[in-house]
Design a protein around this ligand. Structure first.
Ligand SMILES: [Zn+2]
Length: 143
């Protein structure tokens, strides 16, 4: 497990690391593991902060996911227009956007939870946290 400290808040967010210590990973598996990409550690494996500050905390990620999905759809649509120009059938846009949404669903899911945890949750960066080198393994995950 890579526990190298992210250099900034944005790096920690981009690498899906803990907002408090910026070392522990939020998710248990790779984004390419389609069976378990959604599993999060319940507590940070480095600083043990609770990644679910309150019950049902990640329900709010659905609103963020909606915004992320709209942004992705718009980007895919504009990219198709720029690459292929005018005159394409509307069905090309619809099929491409749906395919893109399915393809990037794991990324959208993780991005939404990371935005919620890093920018909206009460968990803040602790510059005084000193890691003792111990990785706290637990079986309990957030799905
Ligand atoms: Zn942590």
């Amino acid at each position: 497990m890579c526990t190298e400290k992210a250099s900034s808040k944005f790096d920690a967010f981009r690498q899906f690391k803990c907002p408090k210590c910026r070392r522990g990973k939020m998710f248990t598996h790779s984004v390419f593991n389609l069976g378990k990409f959604q599993q999060m550690h319940r507590h940070c494996p480095v600083c043990e902060v609770n990644f679910e500050p309150e019950t049902g905390f990640y329900w709010g990620a659905m609103y963020i996911s909606y915004a992320v999905s709209v942004a992705m759809s718009f980007t895919i649509g504009v990219a198709i227009r720029v690459v292929f120009g005018e005159g394409l059938d509307i069905n090309v846009y619809i099929v491409s956007i749906i395919a893109g949404m399915i393809l990037f669903a794991p990324v959208s899911f993780r991005l939404s939870r990371a935005i919620l945890l890093h920018f909206i949750s009460p968990i803040k960066y602790d510059p005084d946290f000193e890691w003792d080198g111990v990785i706290h393994e637990e079986k309990d995950v957030i799905n």
